[in-house]
Design a protein around this ligand. Structure first.
Ligand SMILES: C[S@@+](CC[C@H](N)C(=O)[O-])C[C@H]1O[C@@H](n2cnc3c(N)ncnc32)[C@H](O)[C@@H]1O
Length: 433
């Protein structure tokens, strides 16, 4: 791998307009890196930059690394390649499984290939006659493609597999769902049944290609890193970390959800419906959203009385006056807009949740620790929220010593169907233990 140190750009806002400068290493760059490329998680950040930071901080004696919003495992993989200890927390049950499968790259490669191709062979022997698929599946796939995917699913369900192989095969099937659909299934995040894609791959072909790609990466990396460390990821909540020992971490590298109304739960709706884990959008709240930091309005529609607890939460004291002002302004602004979005509730819940994350992280990090949060500010309904300053102050009030913000780029944010002109930025919030 070649690593660049300058002009590293992050791309956590794929459908926003991006101003020209400093735009070089997005998650797209991860798509050329072994294992990182197994799953396109557009919310992910640059592995190249993560690797640079780990290398640098190793020289400062920091080699126990935490990512409390582990996502698809970018930080955890780079920990393994740099031979430092990594622990990740990921609350989204699907994204957790994706990270877990990727972290198993050092599983015996031949056995992996053999067992994965067995599922494919089984699937090819299963005839599916069913035609009544869930609505979203029917609108994403012609019937014969839906039936092939169903046969892969049935082979996965019926075949006896040891746990690691089961996880790999689940991962492969999950990761080929979008490439096998002829409609617009942008990875991030909505499905556009009325749009068509130019490149579509047959599910059986896509499955085999995926196995071969993974096999090649596994072989390559197992040769290159025969004795790497083993990172772990836990499916739990960063607001209440249970599985990391007290004072364990000396470096935190992470990117939380931004307060910008992206719905991480909805991002995996197609996959969850395919596997039968939810039957529709309405199930996302109980199955996924309730485990996550509240960063979208869909998540706060049923906040009811809890808003009073949030607004009187002592942990928010350092920003309370400013937060309350923004809260009231958003509450009034909302009435002027057709959608009447509850941005005021979202913003209050977001900072409440992030305050809890800082308290939770204080417990599991030591006094010498350094934290880097990749963050972006936001301006719902054009009302500016100084995310870097507020998060920095919440961190200090949770017991960290100091903070500074390093701007990476300006952003022109395009809220869905609506533009505003408030200048925004994205960058790194550095917090010292
Ligand atoms: C910006 S993404 C991180 C992406 C990651 N850096 C990568 O490269 O893949 C934020 C992640 O935080 C997760 N998340 C949201 N709320 C969480 C919580 N309360 N605890 C742990 N993870 C959470 C989301 O599911 C999402 O995967």
């Amino acid at each position: 791998m070649t690593y660049r140190t300058e002009n590293i750009q992050l791309d956590l806002f794929p459908e926003e307009e991006v101003t020209g400068q400093d735009y070089t290493a997005t998650f797209a760059d991860n798509m050329t890196l072994p294992v990182h490329k197994w799953y396109r998680y557009t919310a992910g950040f640059s592995a190249v930059w993560v690797n640079e930071l780990i290398k640098k901080e190793k020289l400062n004696g920091r080699n126990k690394i935490i990512d409390p919003f582990a996502g698809s495992g970018t930080v955890l993989l780079e920990c393994e390649f740099e031979n430092v200890d990594g622990i990740g927390i990921e609350a989204h049950p699907y994204i957790y499984r994706i990270a877990k499968a990727k972290l198993n790259w050092n599983y015996p490669a031949d056995k992996f290939k053999n067992r994965a191709l067995l599922i494919l062979a089984k699937a090819k022997t299963i005839t599916i006659n069913k035609t009544d698929f869930p609505k979203l599946i029917s609108s994403c796939y012609p019937i014969e493609i839906a039936q092939k995917l169903e046969s892969l699913k049935q082979a996965w369900i019926n075949e006896e597999q040891e746990d690691d192989i089961r996880d790999f095969n689940w991962f492969i099937i999950t990761s080929i769902l979008r490439i096998s659909s002829p409609v617009g299934t942008a990875q991030w995040q909505y499905i556009q049944p009325n749009k068509t894609k130019s490149k579509v791959v047959d599910p059986f072909v896509a499955f085999e290609q995926k196995v071969n790609d993974m096999y090649t990466d596994m072989k390559r990396l197992q040769n290159r890193f025969p004795k790497s460390t083993k990172s772990v990821v836990f499916n739990e909540d960063a607001r209440n970390i249970q599985s990391i020992p007290d004072k364990w971490g000396d470096l935190v590298i992470t990117s939380p959800p931004y307060a910008n109304n992206y719905d991480y739960a909805d991002a995996t709706r197609l996959e969850m419906i395919f596997w039968g884990d939810i039957s529709g959008w309405g199930d996302l709240q109980d199955n996924v959203r309730k485990h996550l930091v509240r960063a979208c309005t869909q998540h706060v529609s049923k906040l009811n009385g809890e808003i009073n607890d949030i607004l009187s939460n002592k942990r928010l004291d350092p920003i309370k006056t400013e937060l309350f002002e923004v809260f009231e302004t958003l509450k009034a602004e909302r009435l002027k807009h057709g959608g009447k979005k509850n941005y005021h509730l979202m913003i209050a819940a977001y900072f409440n949740d992030l305050a809890n994350v800082f308290y939770s992280l204080r417990k599991v990090t030591n006094d010498n620790c350094l934290m880097c949060f990749v963050i972006g500010d936001s301006a719902p309904y054009g009302i500016y929220v100084p995310v870097d300053k507020w998060l920095g102050e919440l961190a200090v009030s949770a017991g960290f010593k100091s903070y500074s913000f390093e701007k990476l780029r300006d952003r022109n944010i395009k809220w869905k169907n609506r533009k505003h002109t408030v200048p925004l930025k994205e960058g790194r919030l550095w917090i010292n233990g």
